[in-house]
Design a protein. Structure first.
Length: 242
C-alpha cells in the first residue's frame, strides 16, 4: 500500500485501547499516516504501523446525541436514550429500555472491510427480553446475528444456532467479527470480556452474493412481560486490520 495521509477534520487525538484505534479531542488537527513509521500523533508520539490499519467507522456516543440513529418503536415502553452510567469508556453509552418492542439502527458507510467489527454490550440482571444484534448490509441482508436474552429457557444463539450458554449480566461484553472475506463468504466471530475471558468463538459462513457489504449496525428487542430490561451499547467500530 502506498504511503498516504488520512485527514480527520471533526476529531483529532488518536489513542490505542485494547488493540482498537479510537478518536477524540480537538477539531482541526490532521494526523499523518505513514506505511513505515505508523501514525504520528500530536506531540510527536508514533503508533506502530501494525496497529494502524484502516479505521473506517466508530460510534462512542461522545457526541452527546443520537441524531445518527434510526429508531422504530413498535410498542409503548420501548426507548433509546443516552446513558451516563454504565459506560464502557468515556461519558456516554446508548441505553435500550425494553418494556416493549422496537429496534435501533446506525447506518455506516458501506464497506467490505475485513474487520474487526466490534461492539460492546451490557445487560441488566434477568430481564425477560429477546435482543438481536446484527451487522447487516444497507439492503437488510445479514452478515452476523447474535440472539440473546435472560428467559430461563433461552440460551445465546449465533446465526440461529443454539450455543448452549446464557449471556452474562452486569458486565461489558465484546462482540467481534473478524477476518471477513466477502469473496469466499467466511469470517470468524468471538464473544469475550475485557479481562480476556472468552465466552464463545467460531468460524462462520455467509452468501457473498447476498451480503456483499456491511452498511448498518442494528439491535432489535422484544419484551416478554415479566422483568423490564435495560441494555447498553458502547464503542462500536469497524476497522480493516485483518
Amino acid at each position: 500500500m502506498a504511503d498516504k495521509t488520512h485527514r480527520y477534520t471533526s476529531q483529532a487525538k488518536q489513542t490505542l485501547r485494547n488493540g482498537e484505534l479510537r478518536w477524540g479531542g480537538t477539531a482541526g488537527w490532521e494526523p499523518e499516516l505513514d506505511q513505515q513509521e505508523g501514525i504520528k500523533l500530536q506531540g510527536g508520539q508514533i503508533l506502530p504501523s501494525e496497529a494502524r490499519g484502516d479505521h473506517t467507522f466508530s460510534e462512542d456516543f461522545e457526541s452527546g446525541d443520537l441524531d445518527d440513529w434510526d429508531v422504530e418503536q413498535r410498542s409503548s415502553g420501548f426507548s433509546w436514550q443516552l446513558a451516563s452510567e454504565p459506560t464502557h469508556s468515556g461519558n456516554f453509552a446508548g441505553r435500550l429500555h425494553t418494556d416493549g418492542k422496537g429496534s435501533v439502527r446506525r447506518p455506516v458507510p458501506e464497506t467490505t472491510a475485513s474487520g474487526p467489527y466490534v461492539a460492546w454490550i451490557q445487560q441488566t440482571a434477568d430481564p425477560y427480553d429477546d435482543v438481536k444484534l446484527y451487522w447487516k448490509s444497507a439492503a437488510e441482508e445479514t452478515l452476523f446475528r447474535l440472539n440473546f436474552n435472560r428467559e430461563t429457557t433461552q440460551n445465546v444463539h449465533v446465526n440461529h444456532t443454539n450455543r448452549g450458554w446464557r449471556f452474562p449480566s452486569n458486565t461489558w461484553v465484546r462482540i467481534t467479527v473478524s477476518n471477513v472475506d466477502f469473496g469466499s463468504g467466511t469470517y470468524n466471530w468471538k464473544i469475550d470480556r475485557e479481562d480476556g475471558h472468552v465466552y464463545d468463538s467460531a468460524e462462520a459462513t455467509f452468501d457473498p452474493l447476498v451480503a456483499s457489504e456491511v452498511g448498518q449496525f442494528c439491535i432489535h428487542a422484544s419484551h416478554y412481560g415479566k422483568g423490564t430490561g435495560n441494555f447498553y451499547v458502547d464503542d462500536i467500530s469497524i476497522s480493516d486490520l485483518d
